[in-house]
Design a protein around this ligand. Structure first.
Ligand SMILES: Cc1ncc(COP(=O)(O)O)c(C=O)c1O
Length: 369
């Protein structure tokens, strides 16, 4: 017999404990040397020039838009099928989130819909590297260049994801990562911004910590900034987690392949696949189920077999806030609507055994055949 199978399990052990204990012993808990070490590791890994740790990916995204100077009335084009944080930060800048449909093969932003929604008010594009699969960045960057737009990669799920061999976070103007426990590596809560733009890097540093610039012992406040810093206690977690990242990615890709094989031939579902541009890290392993099948019932049936699953993510245009404030109607972005209603995230984490992979596939097969 086996116990309840969780959706995700972070890879933490005595190494994280030891590093956190060292920080606790120093008595220095706010942003400090461990955060700097973590930032250097992420910059080196993604091959970007600058990396700035933040308290979450949500604050990383908000800080990015603030650093870009996104203002009231500006339009930011964002993938509709995403966690609401992607668009909430646009609203927090009093800018307008323009929701763009997705492609159902990769669950990432649809290029034709994106092109159609660019207006003279557009200031930035926020593609989302959904579930660890890169958006199709070449045409996005081309549109951005043609229209003078910034590109903020929502790479919350995509540390280590590549696009044609280049790391996400190093493709747009700025990239934002999440270290929430559902993500590939975790610091409990935490985020990171990567960029190769020196001016933006300076602005991010200023705004991350109250807008203050050190002048001798004190600060001068040049902007009304935020406190979006990461604690050194969490920075220590990040340093250890970064050392595990290559192994975690390799293991997730291997397990994803094994789960794809086991699910092949089950009627009514489509397992996630490597996109044409490669580099999927399967942060979440999300299957699409046929429209005649009741997705919520499937989730409930799998729970009865002690397999924890959940929906893929949200269609923002189907959420009350975006309907009431921007006039969207349910189903208006058809692919995103389908993905919201018909996807299931299956468990996939490095500790899974082959026996457990069999149980997941057998569980899905049992409820569908
Ligand atoms: C695509 C996407 N963007 C942003 C976020 C927000 O990340 P955080 O929880 O680190 O603020 C998430 C988190 O689930 C996400 O999946």
């Amino acid at each position: 017999m086996w116990g309840h199978m969780r959706l995700n399990l972070p890879c933490v052990d005595e190494r994280e404990l030891a590093e956190v204990a060292k920080v606790l012993a120093t008595g220095y808990f706010t942003q400090g040397p461990k955060v700097a070490e973590f930032e250097k590791l992420v910059a080196d890994f993604t091959q970007t020039e600058f990396a700035f740790a933040t308290s979450s990916c949500t604050t990383a995204l908000h800080l990015s838009l603030a650093a870009l100077g996104i203002e009231p009335g500006d339009e930011v084009l964002v993938a509709d099928f995403t966690f609401p944080a992607s668009a909430n930060v646009i609203v927090q800048q009093k800018a307008v989130p323009v929701l763009v449909d997705i492609d159902l093969e990769t669950f990432t932003i649809d290029i034709d819909d994106l092109r159609a929604k660019i207006t003279p008010h557009s200031k930035a594009i926020m593609p989302v590297h959904t579930f660890g699969c890169s958006a199709d960045m070449d045409p996005i960057m081309q549109l951005a260049e043609e229209h003078g737009l910034a590109v903020v990669e929502d790479a919350a799920c995509a540390i280590g994801t590549t696009y044609k061999g280049r790391y996400c976070g190093n493709l747009g103007t700025l990239g934002c990562f999440s270290f929430h426990p559902r993500k590939v590596i975790t610091t409990g809560e935490g985020g990171m911004i990567t960029t190769n733009d020196r001016d933006l890097a300076e602005r991010i540093q200023l705004l991350r910590s109250h807008g203050g610039v050190r002048t001798g012992y004190w600060f001068e406040y040049e902007a009304a900034g935020f406190n979006y810093r990461l604690s050194d206690i969490l920075g220590a977690l990040g340093v250890v987690q970064m050392a595990k990242l290559p192994w975690i990615i390799e293991r997730k890709r291997t397990l994803a392949g094994q789960l794809q094989e086991r699910l092949a031939g089950i009627p009514g579902i489509r397992a996630p696949q490597e996109p044409a541009w490669g580099g999927h890290i399967y942060q979440s392993f999300v299957i699409l189920v046929d429209e005649q099948l009741d997705r919520d019932q499937l989730i409930s049936d799998l729970r009865d077999q002690d397999i924890e699953t959940t929906l893929g993510t949200y269609a923002l245009h189907d959420q009350p806030y975006f309907q009431e404030n921007y006039g969207y109607e349910s189903g208006q972005l058809p692919n995103s609507h389908t993905a919201f209603k018909q996807t299931i995230t299956l468990p996939l984490y490095p500790q899974l055994t082959e026996v457990e992979l069999d149980m997941i596939a057998d569980g899905v097969r049992a409820v569908l055949t």
